[in-house]
Design a protein around this ligand. Structure first.
Ligand code: DAK
Length: 257
């Protein structure tokens, strides 16, 4: 891995992916995104991992897709290379992903963050879809996910002007879970990850799938999936362990089975 660093032994059950192209503010080139895709596929299969944190560095989560790599491409180049299909893996990952964001999360960087499941932001974080300023528009979910997250009026303003949103504003609009001082954002992401990692990974994955479905389908279908996933948790040892532990007044020990 040249542009990312993966650590899975810092805390039990938690893996950390660090985007690592600091000189380019973690601009997301093709190789970096392929590395992210491969890492997510591996971690999703690894039973020793229950929660994934993705972060950049203090200056930038990511300042967008790599403009230098895209600048001279034609529409047909873009279509044929289809480099962006690698982005689908973020959405397909079954385990929960927490984005720990400091500094810039712009364009594809903001879209990447919005594809994650929860976001812890440093007070220095800046979110935005500035593609309009370079003569294009969001292409990895920005017009859809930002609109769902912050509402039509604010999404229009951000996407049509390219203005940035501060961490506090992003919190106000529900784009991030929590804003913390800049020394704390990774620590807070680990705290959140640890809390989730203690729970049944089976139930966590089924709940994540059900929540995501609410963005993709109408209510009736979402409720049907939710009910089926609820019943499915009763096929797990974890559900038996969780309910027995409650009755026996002890802490459950979830095994992911
Ligand atoms: N690409 C390439 N290089 C970048 C970059 C980017 N997005 N952002 C920054 N860099 C590089 C700069 O070129 C500079 O490199 P050198 O010139 O030193 O070699 C270095 O990082 C430091 O940047 P600055 O000197 O500009 O630093 P400043 O602090 O002055 O400014 C900034 C920071 C973040 C405000 C500024 O760098 C900036 O405006 N960056 C561009 C932000 C932007 O427009 N992002 C949107 C890019 S378009 C899709 C998937 C994804 C996408 C589309 C479709 N599909 C799945 C279909 C995404 C598209 C985009 O993200």
């Amino acid at each position: 891995m040249e542009f990312i660093k993966v650590t899975d032994n810092k805390e039990p059950y938690i893996a950390l992916i660090e985007l690592n192209r600091p000189k380019e503010l973690n601009a997301l080139n093709r190789q970096l995104m392929e590395e992210v895709r491969d890492a997510l596929q591996q971690l999703d299969k690894n039973d020793a991992v229950r929660v994934i944190i993705i972060t950049g560095n203090e200056q930038a989560f990511a300042a967008g897709a790599d403009i230098k790599q895209m600048a001279d491409k034609t529409a047909i180049d873009m279509l044929m290379i289809d480099q962006f299909s690698t982005w689908d893996q973020i959405r397909k990952t079954k385990k929960p992903i927490i984005a720990a964001v400091s500094g810039f999360a712009l364009g594809g960087g903001c879209e990447f963050v919005m594809t994650c499941d929860m976001v812890i932001a440093s007070e220095t974080a800046k979110f935005g879809q500035p593609e309009i300023k370079i003569g294009t528009m969001p292409g990895a979910g920005g017009t859809q996910r930002l609109t769902k997250a912050v509402g039509k009026a604010k999404a229009m303003e951000l996407i049509l002007t390219g203005r940035f949103l501060s961490a506090e504003e992003a919190h106000f609009y529900g784009l991030v879970n929590k804003v913390v001082p800049k020394e704390m954002y990774l620590y807070e992401a680990f705290q959140l990850a640890k809390e989730i990692a203690q729970l049944s990974p089976v139930a966590v994955q089924l709940a994540k799938e059900s929540i995501n479905r609410s963005f993709e389908t109408h209510l009736d279908e979402g409720l049907t999936l939710e009910r089926k996933n609820f019943y499915l948790t009763f096929a797990s040892e974890d559900q038996k362990e969780g309910m027995r532990a409650f009755v026996e007044k002890r802490k459950p020990n979830f095994k992911g089975k």
